[in-house]
Ligand binder design. Structure first.
Ligand SMILES: *[C@@H]1O[C@H](CO)[C@@H](O)[C@H](O)[C@H]1NC(C)=O
Length: 169
């Protein structure tokens, strides 16, 4: 037996094994495109991605976008679907910070929303919206879009409390 050849061969096998283990490990990390809540004038919307190689994956995600200014509300949504492997994918936008009631806007996988279309013209009534994406299966959809904070809300003012007059009888 050639011992030099044997040890080199084992070394390659070990290296290949460790590489596979490390790829499997990092592949498990599917990160939401916008993992925390967001404050700004233009909120990015896109698919989850794998930390190791930026390929698309399918973790359900939701986050609250705040316009940073109580006189600004959200509208002008645009969405483009790159590829659709799971038709059950749905993007929902709720008015306010929370997932309650019917969504303000709902977009099914594969349906592009272009500027000026009905869904693009919808505006929130609050400076905060909740953007949520879910799907039933495990195929990775690719999508990207944006929603913008525009002026149009009255700044909320604290309620005026009137003091009852004190009368002498
Ligand atoms: C995002 O905002 C929501 C609603 O205000 C809150 O419940 C949630 O904890 C926040 N998440 C993060 C990561 O800050």
């Amino acid at each position: 037996m050639n011992w030099l050849y044997f040890s080199e061969d084992m070394g390659w096998k070990l290296a290949a094994f460790l590489l596979i283990v490390s790829i499997r490990y990092t592949n498990a990390d599917c990160t939401c495109y916008e993992p925390g809540n967001y404050t700004g004038r233009s909120a990015p919307i896109s698919n989850s991605f794998d930390n190791s190689d930026f390929s698309s994956c399918y973790t359900p995600c939701s986050y609250v976008a705040y316009s940073g200014d109580d006189t600004r509300r959200w509208g002008g949504l645009t969405i483009n679907w790159g590829s659709v492997e799971d038709n059950s994918g749905v993007l929902q936008i709720f008015d306010g910070a929370g997932i309650t009631g019917n969504p303000l806007i709902q977009v099914s996988a594969g349906t592009n929303v272009i500027s000026g279309s009905t869904k693009s013209l919808v505006k929130s009534s609050q400076p905060r919206i909740t953007i949520k994406y879910t799907q039933m299966g495990t195929g990775a959809n690719v999508y990207y879009g944006v929603i913008k904070a525009t002026p149009g809300l009255q700044a909320s003012t604290p309620p005026i409390t009137t003091i009852a007059p004190t009368t002498n009888t």
